[in-house]
Design a protein around this ligand. Structure first.
Ligand SMILES: [Zn+2]
Length: 585
């Protein structure tokens, strides 16, 4: 097997990628001094303990103690391995990886071909919709839905005509029909998978077409909507429909409107609710929540008011809470879905929308109201039943929220919060989905030698002054190996040698260094380094002196006069050196 990825590839990709930018796609970072802080994407927390050091291109979480460089970050966030992270980042940096395994190369190429084919198909469908007589049924459908041309083109809507139009188009362009099949666009017989349907591209948050969903224009068709199958470019539940168009407005308004269907979203945008997105399917997935969390902390859930829709709302509220997000649940009065609501409101749609948004209860409250509807507080049986339902509802949320929720429920129902919080079966609390933060290691007492290591991690240039004053043996035994490794990196790679080599260091040494990068010691300059080196040397010499004195008394007891004389000479010499050093400092 060929080498998959030489160190060169890692180094080249790393030099072209900014860790801060990569992290920012997943975490909202706030700049403090030169560094960035945010909520850790790898454990649940309310206050930021995730730290990014842009100079070192290193990150460290003080909560869960995960850490690493840009590759480690991508590995964890994309749930891939080191090679996977390299491939993703290389693609982004425009670095050609020559040494992929044939298998990986094939996969990467396959994905690229599928993406190119999807892009081409979207262009073809859009052309047919507007420029070809065959697009007439699609145009009529849009008209009946009152979707204007401007909105349609923002969503790049298109129409797939009956028959083999797309195959012919590909033949004319001398493109491979196999790729089109691979992309889920064409059946084996060459007929278009989406024939006689209005096609809606499903794009990622950067606007790249990954799949299609398509609505039939025929009255007699049983399946109203069909979707692309999963392909090398499309994994269901990972994409959020409309996010590429809604992301700025989501940031501006501070919340995302989550709808069930793509058409709801298109109508919403048409009526100025342009922070609307769809989860494409009834349930919001964990990956979608993570993706959305990059853009906002609050989701406004607008699901159907039927049983399935209410269930979906509840699940989404709990899932969002587990990721530290707030939810509100919006009911559209007098309409079966938001599409109908907005269309019937017509020109007043935006204002009517604001009205109902302002009244939307939180995700917890919506479920609570549902669970306690029609409760008669003087009927003990009812109180018991509602209490049990509410208890179960509260228990689904993270522990930090439960007390507040029980209080809210008590105010609403009159059922005591203690009853709502108590656990009748005394089951252990459920473990949160990501597991809590890892237990903290007890902090090591900071010795002079430990301080020096931290300082050198942050300021490797200080080695120039330190290495002439100190040998590795003079350091605490635990600190020697990492000191030697760091010195070696510095001597070979200069001030950036440490960053370049760090990934190859043992885990506990990486931990020490990245931690120092995230929280540097109070004073970092060459003078402090020299002082520390001298103190370490002094302490080491005193330790040696003590050893010699112990040995001396043993030699005296054993009447070994030769040994005694030798040790006395050593002790004298050391004593002089120590006095010397103490006088100087
Ligand atoms: Zn963390």
């Amino acid at each position: 097997m060929p080498t998959l990825s030489s160190d060169d590839a890692f180094a080249e990709v790393k030099s072209k990628i900014d860790l801060v930018k990569v992290v920012q796609e997943h975490v909202r970072l706030t700049k403090r001094n030169k560094d960035y802080w945010g909520l850790c994407p790898f454990h649940q927390e309310d206050s930021p303990s995730f730290h990014v050091n842009p100079q070192r291109q290193s990150w460290y979480c003080f909560g869960c103690e995960r850490k690493g460089d840009v590759f480690t970050f991508v590995e964890l966030i994309e749930k891939t391995d080191k090679r996977g992270a390299l491939m993703l980042l290389a693609e982004r940096a425009g670095v050609e990886l020559k040494q992929l395994s044939p298998d990986q190369k094939e996969r990467a190429d396959g994905r690229k071909r599928v993406l190119a084919m999807l892009k081409l198909a979207a262009q073809y469908y859009e052309y047919v919709l507007w420029k070809s007589p065959a697009g007439e049924p699609g145009r009529r459908l849009l008209e009946s839905r009152r979707v204007g041309e401007e909105t349609a083109s923002r969503f790049q809507l298109g129409y797939a005509p009956a028959g083999r139009g797309f195959a012919e188009y590909l033949r004319a362009k001398k493109r491979s029909l196999v790729d089109a099949q691979e992309a889920g666009l064409m059946r084996r017989d060459g007929t278009d998978f989406f024939a006689e349907r209005l096609v809606i591209p499903i794009r990622d948050e950067r606007g790249q077409v990954l799949a299609f969903t398509a609505r039939t224009v025929r009255q007699d068709e049983q399946k109203k909507y069909i979707n692309s199958p999963e392909t090398p470019a499309y994994i269901k539940g990972r994409v959020v429909f409309g996010l590429d168009l809604a992301r700025d407005e989501i940031a501006r308004r501070g919340h995302a409107v989550v709808m069930e269907g793509q058409f709801d979203v298109i109508t919403a945008h048409q009526f100025a609710v342009s922070n609307a997105i769809a989860c494409s399917g009834t349930a919001l997935t964990e990956e979608q929540v993570r993706l959305l969390k990059r853009f906002t902390d609050e989701l406004l859930l607008v699901f159907d008011s039927d049983r399935a829709g209410r269930e979906a709302s509840r699940k989404a509220a709990v899932l969002a809470a587990q990721h530290g997000m707030r939810t509100r649940v919006l009911a559209v009065p007098g309409a079966k879905d938001p599409d109908e609501f907005l269309r019937s409101a017509g020109p007043d749609a935006a204002a009517r929308w604001e009205e109902i948004v302002a009244k939307a209860p939180s995700g917890f409250e919506a479920g609570m109201e549902e669970d306690s509807v029609g409760l008669n507080p003087s009927n003990p049986n009812q109180v018991e039943r509602v209490g049990a339902r509410l208890r179960e509802w509260i228990r689904q949320f993270p522990a930090t929220l439960r007390e507040g929720y029980a209080e809210t429920a008590e105010r609403h129902t009159g059922i005591s919060r203690h009853m709502l919080l108590e656990d009748p079966e005394a089951r252990p609390p459920r473990v949160a989905q990501n597991g809590g933060p890892a237990p903290r290691k007890p902090a090591r007492k900071l010795t002079a030698s430990g301080y020096l290591l931290q300082l050198l991690a942050v300021r490797p240039g200080a080695f120039d002054r330190v290495r002439t004053k100190l040998t590795a043996e003079e350091l605490d035994a635990d600190d020697r190996p990492v000191y030697i490794r760091m010195l070696d990196s510095y001597e070979r790679g200069g001030p950036t040698g440490l960053e370049a080599d760090l990934a190859g260091y043992p885990a506990e040494e990486q931990d020490l260094i990245r931690r120092a990068w995230a929280a540097p010691p109070p004073n970092v300059d060459d003078e402090v380094a020299v002082e520390l080196a001298e103190r370490i040397r002094l302490e080491h010499m005193k330790g040696m002196q003590n050893g010699i004195i112990r040995e001396l008394s043993e030699a005296e007891r054993g009447r070994d006069s030769e040994r005694v004389a030798q040790l006395e000479a050593q002790a004298r010499e050391l004593g002089r050196a120590i006095t010397d050093m103490e006088r100087r400092s």
